[in-house]
Ligand binder design. Structure first.
Ligand SMILES: CC(C)(COP(=O)(O)OP(=O)(O)OC[C@H]1O[C@@H](n2cnc3c(N)ncnc32)[C@H](O)[C@@H]1OP(=O)(O)O)[C@@H](O)C(=O)NCCC(=O)NCCS
Length: 198
């Protein structure tokens, strides 16, 4: 029988506090934030966000046989958890057949201060050291120079490529050292993940 895993409600790093996404109070913030920061088209709505969160919650086979009770999405706060929300960081299962991927966004007013690196390093360390999970990938459009640099600074290595289904775009795929996964153009993933059947 699956063992349930409850992710840490808060993670702390030197300058930041990450709070686990709570559908009751964070949905509006995330829709607004992703619409502005990620320039999303079509725009995020409550219904889309709900579908995304359900679809991208890790399956037990991507989580050492344990069943997550929530998606692994954190709101990044500057300072304490009552400090301003400046970003999001998430580990999402876009497709049950491939390892989950890391994603992040920082509000434009707070960029270039090391916060994305700090938040990602904190979540990756939690993932590895506390949850014992080894497999995580990253996808990045080749033109997103900043994010490609950040991924490599975090220790990821090129692990092939993948196809983002919206527009059939070929993106760079990255893996962590020691992972045996190599991704190819035949590896497909969508923004909304794959619809999960209850
Ligand atoms: C990508 C993003 C999260 C970076 O956030 P950030 O907090 O500014 O990043 P950091 O300050 O932690 O920088 C980490 C590394 O990224 C790279 N980087 C960040 N900003 C950069 C810039 N303006 N120019 C070049 N490299 C940059 C550098 O390698 C930097 O390390 P360094 O400071 O040692 O040089 C932010 O630009 C963002 O939200 N972009 C829009 C959303 C997005 O593209 N998400 C990723 C989708 S794959």
């Amino acid at each position: 029988m699956d063992q349930e895993v409850i992710f840490a409600p808060t993670l702390r790093s030197e300058c930041l506090t990450m709070t686990l996404y709570d559908a009751d109070c964070d949905s509006q913030f995330i829709c607004d934030f992703w619409n502005v920061v990620a320039g999303s088209n079509p725009p995020w709505t409550d219904d889309m966000l709900c579908r995304f969160m359900k679809n991208t919650t890790l399956s037990p086979h991507n989580c050492l046989g344990r069943k997550p009770t929530r998606p692994l999405v954190y709101i990044i706060h500057l300072g304490s958890q009552t400090g301003p929300a400046i970003g999001t960081i998430n580990i999402s299962e876009r497709n049950p057949a491939i390892p989950p991927d890391i994603g992040y966004a920082i509000h434009s007013d707070y960029r270039r201060r090391g916060y994305a690196f700090e938040a990602a390093a904190c979540v990756l360390s939690y993932w590895h050291n506390s949850l014992g999970l080894k497999d995580i990938v990253a996808f990045c459009h080749p033109a997103n120079t900043i994010s490609n640099k950040l991924i490599q600074k975090l220790g990821f290595e090129r692990g092939g490529e993948a196809t983002l289904e919206i527009g059939e775009v070929l993106v760079n795929a990255y893996v962590l050292p020691g992972m045996s996964v190599t991704l190819t153009a035949a590896t497909r993933f969508g923004r909304m993940g794959v619809d999960k059947v209850e």
